[in-house]
Design a protein around this ligand. Sequence first.
Ligand code: FDA
Length: 315
Amino acid sequence: MRRAWQTGMIALARSPKIKRWAQEKGLAAGLVGRYVAGPDAEAGIARAKSLLGQGIRSSLFYLGEYVDRPELVAENVAQERKVADLLGRAGIEVHVSVDPTQIGHSLDPALARRNGLAVAEAIAAVPGDAPRLMMIDMEDRTVVDPAIALHDALTAAGLPVGITLQAYLRRTEVDLRERIRQGAAVRLVKGAFAAGREHAFVSQDEIKANHRRLIGLMLSREAREAGFRPVIATHDDRLQDHAVAQAEAAGWSRGEYEFEMLYGVRSALAERRVREGHRVRVYLPFGRDWWPYAIRRIGENPRNAWLLARSLIGG
Ligand code: FDA
């Protein structure tokens, strides 16, 4: 039932016709508002400010996915630079998430490297002393090597950059150990993609077991001594509890590591972590191309079926 629901929602998310129709008609816009800050960078900044009032930091993400034309790539890069500038002007942390394919990886990997450099330089150049980071999102298995190479090159150039690694991939332990040695910023996620057994853990139990093990490495004494910056990005409260226990055992204080969750998903859990004294961030998307992202989020939980039906009937 869960799988059928999710597969159906992914098909809805990918259909260009339905996307155009839904975005033009504002279909399910009420429900979508749960997962997306608004249509433009200004709306993203306004929501980031109000979240900060509740003690929650944000990572802004411009919704321009699966781009296949140079002008769309250029628009994505312009939006990412613009939101960095606006965050700086608003005097809040300059934290921007960037997908490799969004900045041109599928058109030309060299273009993605140039654009990654341009966005990271724009973030570094924002006036003021607010903390700042360009967090590289991770996509399917074929993008992992170039994404890590981009991260390492920007780090070597002294630019503020972090990288997302995925617990479902077998290679991640090696990638993570090297980034711990570098004292990098790593956001660990489960992974929203699938791959064959030779490359990936396939069952949910295997993935979860690897996720727990990798959290243990991220929150080890050695990682802390290396200046590593761990970001535990999951909505699974048991994995988060595991991270807290690991951190306490290895001498990390609350605030030295971070929990990151998707905006609109398990908000009560995010608020609870803030009350407990943890550092919490949400991944905060903005932009007009909201249908594929929001429908994927709705598809992650069958309990959202009723909410979706109600919001479609309501207009
Ligand atoms: P899991 O899916 O087991 O969910 C844990 C609990 O949260 C369950 O109770 C579940 O029902 C509930 N839940 C989850 N989604 C929900 C929803 N939409 N509505 C209501 N309840 C919901 N992936 C990737 O491949 N590359 C990337 O760059 C990123 N980036 C990223 C950033 C951040 C900040 C996060 C939190 C996640 C990502 N992801 C990602 C997605 C990630 O790989 C994964 O698919 C999701 O986080 C879901 O996995 P969880 O670990 O949250 O556990």
